[in-house]
Design a protein around this ligand. Sequence first.
Ligand code: AGP
Length: 608
Amino acid sequence: MCGIIGYCGHRPAVPIVLEGLEHLEYRGYDSAGVGYVLNSELQVVRAKGKLKNLSEKFQQERNALTVTCAIGHTRWATHGVPEERNAHPHLSNSKRLAIVHNGIIENYLEIREELLQKSYRFASDTDSEVLVNLIEDRLAEEHDLLHALSAALQLAHGAYAICLLDRDDPNKLYAARLSAPLIFGRGIGENFIASDIPAFLAYTRDVIFLEDGDILVADSQNYTLWRSSDLNEIQRPAQQIQWNMQAAQKGGYRHFMLKEIFEQPKVISDALSGRLDDGRVLLPELDALPVPKRLHIIACGTSFHAGLWGQHLIEDWARIPVQVEIASEFRYKERLLLDPEQDMVLVISQSGETADTLAALRMAKELHVPTLGLCNVLGSSMAREAGAVLYTQAGPEISVASTKAMTSQMIMLACLALYYGRRSLTLADDDIRRHLERLQRLPLMLETALPEMHSMARQLARKYAQAKSFFYLGRGHCFSLALEGALKLKELSYIHAEGYAAGEMKHGPIALIDPSFPTFVLAPRDDLYEKIKSNIVEIQSRQGQIIVLTNAESDLHSVDIWRIPALQGPLTAFLLLPCLQLFSYEMADYLGKDVDQPRNLAKSVTVE
Ligand code: AGP
């Protein structure tokens, strides 16, 4: 997820674009750049790292203050590590066009090959540079940039929100969107185009939300909207934004955590994007590696819980024995019984910078064991040091409590299980197809269910907010979710909570149950449902209060039943997990805690 902005108007454009990028920095911040036309030449100024590195470069670019049209970009790398050469804007070969792009062009390698055959050359590893040269290539065939842009977008598959500058028409912005947000801000004698409203909210509240397949052409006074496919002119209604700036950065949500919980349907789609083809999973990153005889998953915190959940699928679908270990335990073992011929170590980390997990990765490498990283941050230490890396493509996760990242990790682990299941022939193609169909149904199922889940979470939080301790119980793949639910409650509301294997209650913990010690039970309708019901009865007989999260028609009484949509098998986890996240969110918010920055926590634990 990147941030793009374009400005054309009566003011110096570069300061406005830089200011707009500051308000988009939450969307991605590993590099940034600005493009504008000066003395009939397209200028591009870019910098790696935080936006301030780019702003400092403009201390020397005083002439840039004379231009009144510019585009800008703050990057969350998806293709090409965060280096200046991969930062946007990207120029076409003739240096006539400059583009800023948010999204993923899935068939960019194929297009790149075709352009290379036509003697185009590329300075970056990005799909965006391919797109701007595809537009240039079409320009040779079409009679104007609008037609060339339309022709190019018919060939590019995937998601894009773009803004384009033309050296030969320097005071005009060209923009287009497909499956990535783009908003037109209509000012007086000035116009804006951006990924999100905060970029220009200080200047105008009069906005038009572009729809998929729209092309916008605007200068300082006018704008026109076209349908990309046939270049028919279209109209879109303008809206007045009532939000304040802070609310706007959170998309109108109270907290980044809530926004990121509600982003999970899109995160599932993005994680699957470009990885499914005709009933099978494509993970070319792993094709050259052997299928491991044993898999060791090493991680911390929520990532550890994701790994614990993935163990069930990888063992069940791919028949690979999996050992899941906490990184801080793994790294201090006296002896690592790892065999480079048999084993693979999979490290999971949203940030890719967690010290304990990095240490585990380095130990495995010292033993020449094949290593795989599952990360969310391109160019992170783990991504660079692992032998192979899979990216979760969840976009920046701003809230310290991890939510959408865990969902994306679990999607990738499900894909890994299906990928290895096919390579090892432990899964029939029909079974793979059935699992993939369920995975592809998840985004809509979750999108539809989230509002009701949120309402139920808010209702239950008000009933249980005074609890001093909570049990979270689950069996099978729900045991890992019980651990995660307990972690979320602890780290957000500061209420003590324990995740437990439900079958373990009778071995001691049930002694804690009384009316003031509630239990949250994960009870999906699966082979273990009858067993978990007996745990519920045991707790009830000791006057314990119970929340039962289930997709079954429940014959349970005097408990709080929280019903979710029915989905067979372990993929129901993608409907259970958001409930756990929302319950903890509402408990913390109701208790007045600092939801996005809980006390004592850091987003990435880069030290021991
Ligand atoms: C999750 O809510 C916590 N913030 C924490 O447990 C986190 O999952 C853990 O520190 C691992 O972080 P990583 O995924 O970036 O390695």
